[in-house]
Design a protein around this ligand. Structure first.
Ligand SMILES: Cc1cc2nc3c(=O)[nH]c(=O)nc-3n(C[C@H](O)[C@H](O)[C@H](O)COP(=O)(O)OP(=O)(O)OC[C@H]3O[C@@H](n4cnc5c(N)ncnc54)[C@H](O)[C@@H]3O)c2cc1C
Length: 326
């Protein structure tokens, strides 16, 4: 470790002022502290935001679900409204990390977490994300767990969050408060693909604080769920995952929301799959045909070609689980 200063923010305004001066927010600390210990990150000032009043889950009259940035993963997963209206969120959270981590970690920290790419976390390796211009050791290295979608020649690291995949599927928005006031960003615009600047990961301005993630009111009834495929059944990040939400009325699919994880540099929405499903009757052949589109545009690397087929099968299985096999 190295010396740094630690301040507890007394209020949201004080936190943002300190953030504007270059301080780094810390919420549950379950990932930032690890990165500091490994010297992957070296913030000079930490601003503890854990006591700020951003820990509520609320539902508006129209059915919009708002999850405060400081709601713990375990609390969000167990919240009765989340469980009943969006099981895909509860399931994604419960399949993340461990019970101890979920009791400490927050929703804001979760979507801000950095990649688990081993080269990013090894300070002796080349990594454009950690040290811009130094190269990407994963391109020629062991890249079994890396991304096949949204990659660039500068970076092929996956985004590791599970619940972010559910948020992407449900077209969530991220609410931000900063020195220049409030802003709302769609989830699709919040997490950034690497392109030529892999060190820029989020659409965040200096000092901006995430205050909440909001899920728009989707037409009801909506069935949803999350499937995570990994090397071992617990305490492991996804090789592939799928968040699916379907509204079936009078035997026809009216709404389809699908996003996948473990395969993209950001949670990957599948609009072509969604379009293929809408207006159709649920059937095995429909699930197979829609899932066949899931890996369109994939650019596999030496060790992760298996993800192309695994991704299609993950989507197919989760469509069948949520939509039934009539
Ligand atoms: C062993 C292990 C296994 C894990 N497995 C999984 C898994 O399977 N799936 C999964 O999804 N996650 C997994 N995680 C990640 C875990 O979910 C994250 O560590 C956690 O969600 C981070 O939340 P936190 O509150 O502790 O964030 P912190 O560590 O406090 O902060 C993380 C980052 O977010 C920023 N930040 C925090 N809150 C805000 C805010 N409100 N506004 C702006 N910036 C903010 C911080 O500045 C920091 O950069 C795992 C972690 C570990 C250590």
């Amino acid at each position: 470790m190295y010396p740094f200063t630690f301040t507890k923010a007394a209020g949201i305004r004080e936190a943002i002022d300190a953030g504007r001066r270059g301080g780094r927010y810390i919420a549950g600390g379950t990932t930032l502290v690890d990165l500091m210990r490994e010297t992957v990150e070296r913030p000079e000032t930490l601003i503890d935001i854990a006591a700020l009043p951003l820990g509520e889950v609320t539902v508006t009259g129209r059915g919009t679900l708002r999850i405060g940035a400081l709601v713990r993963m375990a609390e969000a997963a167990a919240h009765p409204k989340v469980r009943t209206t969006y099981p895909v969120i509860s399931q994604a959270l419960e399949l993340s990390a461990s019970a101890q981590l979920r009791n400490m970690a927050t929703i804001g920290g979760n979507i801000m977490q950095r990649t688990r790419c081993t080269y990013f976390r090894d300070v002796s390796a080349a990594c454009n994300k950690r040290r811009p211009g130094s190269g990407c050791a994963a391109l020629q290295g062991i890249n079994r767990s890396h991304a096949i979608l949204g990659t660039s020649d500068r970076c092929v690291a996956t985004h590791p969050s599970d619940v972010a995949v559910a948020f992407a599927a449900l077209e969530a928005t991220v609410h931000l408060l900063g020195p220049d006031g409030q802003r709302t960003v769609t989830f699709a615009d919040f997490l950034l693909q690497p392109g030529t600047t892999p060190e820029r990961e989020q659409n965040l301005r200096p000092g901006e604080l995430i205050t909440a993630v909001e899920i728009p009111a989707h037409p009801r009834p909506l069935k949803s769920g999350y499937l995570k495929v990994r090397d071992r059944q617990s305490y492991e990040f996804a090789l592939t995952s799928a968040a699916v939400a379907l509204q079936v009325r009078a035997g026809v699919i009216r709404e389809a929301k699908v996003a996948v994880g473990g395969v993209g540099t950001v949670p990957w929405k599948l609009p072509a799959v969604e379009r293929h499903l809408i207006g159709q009757r649920p059937s095995d052949s429909l699930w197979i045909a829609a899932a066949a589109l899931a890996a369109d545009g994939a650019r596999p690397l030496t060790h992760n070609r298996f993800k192309v087929e695994l991704l299609k099968r993950t989507v197919e299985r989760q469509l069948r689980v949520v939509g039934g096999s009539a």
